[in-house]
Design a protein around this ligand. Structure first.
Ligand code: NAP
Ligand code: MG
Length: 464
């Protein structure tokens, strides 16, 4: 077990102001693997001051110079793939292959995309008799969740750095070790002192202090809608920019003309990946009533290919496991039909939940409305296309989704009517440059690609 005692501020590891620590637990065996400092408002203040001091120099660094350092950061992350993947496995529970390919591979690609975007971005444009300058917003307070520990960090830090902003990061208490490796990579890449700062700690203490700090110009938060709402209110009160990436309850709409077997198989894989701890997961599968029972059988067969403890890891914490089990019990209590899985413990040790499929789920049920954040799929039936649309749009969320049809144009026509930020057409693959973010209560703002970079810029118009 490792005991870490530092925060990364102003370009070096410095002892935390207080003595409190956070125990990091391996969710696969429930053992404590490390302790990190629980930061206080004092640590946050020191980090924000370091970020502020570094801002003028970083903002004035030519984009090509910033791009070169982001590329160096990408290279350092890639060089440490084994160590980062093993750390994600240890603190989140992600299966090894998924940890390498997705938990490390994706953020390395995103960091690379921002090295390119920083170099090529039009930071000046001409509109009529004006020159419009796109300038960095300033100091960014980034608050991230544990579900994709490195990706969530890179999706905020890389575009902020590309824009010329400096950053203070408060990562999730459950996955601080990956965040520490990220800080080490920043250091090795040679970023100037204070451009990136890390404060580990608890949300209501360090997170709250960061969101409320006067020296922070933009708060970028990813996590639950409940916390996001508070952060939005705090930021609004201070007239501060805010970006919120919140929950989802995305619909996977299988139209009658679709290849049902393929749509169901890909849909099940989508939900089981990362043990269902994905904000954009297609947790509601919508199937026409005529093919509904066939889809239930296909889903049941497909989920059998996801053995718990192998392709499906544990949930991140006992708290999340209990929460997910609670939802499964509620699904049964509200009359949904359990087709696979259930609330019982599938293994003796570890925070595992069995891959679970519910049929006969109706739109008003709790499991059809609330984000479960576990390996739980609900199959809903619809009578016709209008019914499918009503059900798909019938939650407070709107983050992602999928549409399957025999004909691409038919799927696109349906997708245009969905109230959601992303839709995959007939299994279209993830695009790390496409804007990612929510309609309705799934959030405010967009991450990734050029749209993600624009979030960290503000404009100044010069008239001639
Ligand atoms: P959460 O509490 O919203 O955590 C997200 C981040 O916010 C963490 O760094 C957290 O710190 C911090 N935080 C918590 N309270 C805060 C406050 N008052 N002020 C400032 N920052 C604060 O999410 P969670 O409790 O880990 O997960 C609960 C549910 O949220 C999940 O079941 C899921 O439905 C949803 N969720 C969504 C996403 C997503 O990607 N959209 C990701 C994770 C979770 P701590 O780590 O110390 O709590
Ligand atoms: Mg929390």
């Amino acid at each position: 077990m490792k005991v870490h005692d530092g925060m990364y501020t102003g370009g070096r590891w410095t002892p935390a102001a207080g003595d409190d620590t956070i125990a990091v637990v391996n969710p696969a065996d429930e053992r404590v693997i490390a302790h990190v400092p629980a930061g206080t408002a004092e640590d946050v203040d020191a980090a924000v001051r370091a970020a502020r001091a570094a801002l003028p120099g970083w903002a004035a660094t030519p984009p090509a110079g910033r791009a070169a350092l982001i590329a160096a950061l990408r290279d350092r992350l890639a060089a440490r793939t084994d160590e980062i993947a093993a750390t994600v496995t240890a603190e989140l529970g992600a299966p090894e292959q998924f940890a390498r390919q997705v938990h490390v591979g994706l953020p390395v690609a995103v960091a690379g995309s921002y090295a390119e975007l920083a170099a090529g971005h039009p930071f000046e444009e001409r509109i009529g008799n004006s020159t419009v300058l796109h300038e960095p917003v300033g100091v960014v307070g980034a608050i991230t969740p544990w579900n994709y520990p490195l990706h969530q960090i890179v999706a905020k830090v890389a575009p902020a750095l590309a824009a010329g902003c400096t950053v203070v990061l408060k990562p999730a208490e459950d996955t601080p070790l990956t965040a520490r490796l990220f800080a080490e990579a920043v250091h090795e890449a040679g970023l100037p002192a204070g451009v990136f700062n890390l404060v580990t700690g608890l949300g209501p203490v360090a997170g709250q202090a960061l969101a409320a700090h006067e020296g922070v110009d933009l708060v970028s938060f990813t996590g639950s809608t409940a916390v996001g709402r508070r952060i939005g209110a705090t930021a609004g009160g201070a007239v501060k920019r805010v970006a919120l990436e919140l929950g989802g309850k995305s619909a996977n709409v299988i139209l009658p003309s679709a290849d049902l077997a393929k749509a169901v198989a890909v849909g099940v894989a989508n939900v089981m990946s990362n043990a269902g701890q994905t904000c954009s997961a297609w947790t509601r599968m919508l199937v026409h009533t005529d093919r509904y029972e066939e889809a239930v059988e296909l889903a049941k067969a497909a989920v059998a290919k996801y053995p718990v403890g192998e392709r499906v890891g544990p949930l991140v914490s006992a708290r999340q496991r209990d929460r997910v089990r609670g939802y499964i019990e509620q699904g049964v209590a509200e009359g949904a039909r359990l087709v696979a899985g259930g609330a019982g413990a599938p293994l003796e040790r570890g925070y595992y939940v069995a891959p679970t499929v519910f049929a006969d789920v109706t739109p008003e049920m709790t499991i059809a409305q609330e984000e479960i954040f576990g390996p739980v799929l609900s199959l809903l039936r619809y009578e016709d296309e209008e019914d499918a649309l009503r059900i798909a749009n019938g939650t407070v969320y709107g983050l992602a989704g999928a549409v399957w049809a025999g004909d691409e144009a038919e799927a696109v026509a349906f997708a245009r009517r969905l109230e959601t930020g992303q839709v995959d057409i007939n299994g279209g693959r993830f695009n790390p440059l496409a804007p990612f973010g929510g309609y309705k209560q799934s959030g405010v703002g967009r991450e990734l690609g050029p749209h993600g970079l624009a979030e960290y810029l503000q404009t100044k118009s010069l008239q001639f």
